[in-house]
Design a protein around this ligand. Structure first.
Ligand SMILES: Cc1cc2nc3c(=O)[nH]c(=O)nc-3n(C[C@H](O)[C@H](O)[C@H](O)COP(=O)(O)OP(=O)(O)OC[C@H]3O[C@@H](n4cnc5c(N)ncnc54)[C@H](O)[C@@H]3O)c2cc1C
Length: 489
């Protein structure tokens, strides 16, 4: 370990830190960067392929990204924003491929069309409204809608086989959707960062962060014992472990935040018949009162070259904030300043609490019934239950001091801009590039003019909304699709 002060230290080696170190090395090749990862390899927590659904979230199929308004219409700005963010992600990946930073796209991203799929007259009417609200948006110009059983069956025979012929169904289809192995991507980025000068310390758990003059002192534990390092800027990319570390650092921005862990579970099959019948990702409609957690989805996955299908997520309870965390994690984050927020979220979100209790107590038979609403011919013996990553649902205080559930990603930056961290999960890994660019702009305001050109070279659309110019957007989408070997535009 160096006794000098690093320019930047990153805590954790998931997709967020992997993206940040990659950007910093392009912008400031002379900066010293240290990465501290608690485990013996990168991306073994939420970013691991089997710990998330691998969706390249672009708003093409996630019905809960649209907000119903009191006048009965749907507000789709959020879907458009998330699509813009994923376009930014794709552009960075394609630039990194062209520069040889990433050796190949084949190991981490695959064309997998995105479908929104619903059954029942009420949800069919909702999907039609959702499609009508989005189809005029330039980034959604290729989205298709169908309520024809034959056409939907061509998109995925698994969705229609064995289904009552009288049941109304409808789907939308977007050919440019993708499945992403964020774990493989994060490992490839960390592998590229080390030879470019980053010091990557595995099995180094950061246990404390303290202000130390013009820098931050990082205390870490490794098999060799306890040590300290210093860095002028620290990014806490510790996923579920971020809240505890930000609280330990004592920055006022972390005050009042609380976290509640929800573990995710999926049913998974590698049955060749199912895998052949469903080569898409199909997202349904969430139960009322559980936005962001409850939308069922049936996902074709490509992990290490092998196809499989996942269904879920099912929620479980585990007090740990990381899969490899401690059973005391929840207790350790409770403070006088956040316990009230935690409690009134439980009272104010009765639907969510009831949903979690139902999910935690659900039997495999009940999980199979949920799966059969999407894939009526599913056979229990083909499916195994796997435990995905831990989500730490963030609770923030509103202006009246009451707790509010946050479904987005919260960026927390200390007043001196020397420490930053991320709280929250959704839409997560897909937006890592935009979130990390925002972090750089916020934490290094004096560099923003200097970094503007190099960032635009990596992400040509940066600073200009693609949704305002369909021809230009299509050109960029075509270029990135070609570079990444993806179908659809
Ligand atoms: C069930 C589920 C499904 C999801 N599906 C999707 C999806 O389909 N698409 C999508 O885009 N996103 C999805 N997400 C979200 C996505 O997985 C996360 O947003 C993303 O992986 C977070 O990356 P990260 O780098 O912040 O955290 P992580 O990948 O969790 O990495 C954090 C790292 O920090 C390390 N660490 C923690 N504490 C310390 C410490 N004290 N010292 C040193 N190291 C430490 C950990 O070991 C880990 O390596 C899903 C999440 C879940 C839980």
């Amino acid at each position: 370990m160096s006794s000098t002060t690093a320019d930047v230290a990153l805590v954790g080696a998931g997709i967020m830190s992997a993206t940040l170190v990659t950007l910093i090395q392009r912008l400031e090749p002379d900066w010293s960067v240290e990465v501290f990862e608690a485990l013996d390899g990168a991306a073994q927590e939420s970013s691991n392929a089997w710990h998330n659904a691998g969706t390249g979230h672009a708003g093409f199929c996630e019905l809960d990204y649209a907000t119903p308004l009191p006048n009965g219409t749907l507000e789709v700005t959020n879907a458009v924003t998330i699509n813009e963010q994923f376009q930014i992600t794709r552009q960075l990946w394609s630039s990194l491929l062209s520069k040889g930073v990433l050796p190949t796209a084949e190991t981490f991203v695959h064309s997998t069309p995105h479908l929104a799929f619903v059954s029942g007259a009420q949800d069919v009417a909702f999907l039609r409204q959702w499609y009508d609200a989005l189809k005029g948006e330039p980034l959604f110009a290729n989205l298709r809608y169908s309520d024809s059983r034959d056409e939907i069956g061509q998109w995925s025979s698994a969705l229609v086989q064995g289904r009552d012929a009288n049941e109304p169904i409808a789907a939308t289809y977007e050919a440019s959707g993708s499945d992403v192995d964020y774990g493989a991507l994060a490992r490839a980025l960390i592998d590229a960062a080390a030879p470019a000068g980053a010091a990557v310390h595995l099995q180094h758990r950061v246990v404390d962060l303290d202000r130390d003059g013009d820098a931050w002192r990082i205390t870490h534990r490794s098999p060799a014992g306890t040590g300290t390092s210093r860095a002028r800027f620290v990014f806490v990319g510790a996923g579920g472990g971020a809240l505890q570390l930000l609280q330990r650092a004592g920055i006022p921005e972390a005050d009042g935040f609380a976290g509640f862990p929800v573990s995710g579970k999926f049913l998974r099959t590698r049955s060749p018949e199912v895998v052949a019948a469903h080569r898409v990702k199909a997202y349904g409609r969430a139960e009322q009162g559980v936005p962001g957690l409850g939308a069922p989805h049936l996902d074709y996955r490509t992990v290490e070259g092998e196809g499989s299908v996942l269904f879920g997520p099912f929620a479980g309870f585990d007090p740990r904030f990381l899969k490899n965390g401690s059973r005391l994690d929840l207790l350790r984050t409770i403070r006088a300043g956040n316990i009230g927020a935690l409690l009134n979220v439980a009272v104010d979100n009765f639907d969510l609490v009831a949903y979690l209790v139902r999910e935690i107590t659900a039997s495999k038979a009940k999980q199979m019934r949920a799966l059969r609403r999407m894939m009526p011919s599913a056979e229990a013996e083909d499916w195994e239950l796997i435990t995905a990553g831990q989500r730490v649902q963030v609770i923030a205080k509103d202006s009246r001091g009451r707790g509010r559930l946050q479904f987005g990603t919260e960026l927390v930056v200390s007043p001196d801009n020397g420490l930053a961290g991320l709280l929250g999960a959704s839409p997560g890994a897909s937006t890592a590039v935009s979130v990390m660019i925002r972090l750089l702009q916020q934490a290094f305001p004096d560099r923003s003019t200097r970094w503007d050109g190099p960032l635009r070279e990596l992400v040509p659309s940066l600073g200009r909304a693609m949704n305002t110019d369909e021809d230009w957007a299509m050109d960029i989408r075509r270029e990135t699709a070609d570079a990444l070997g993806l179908a659809g535009v």
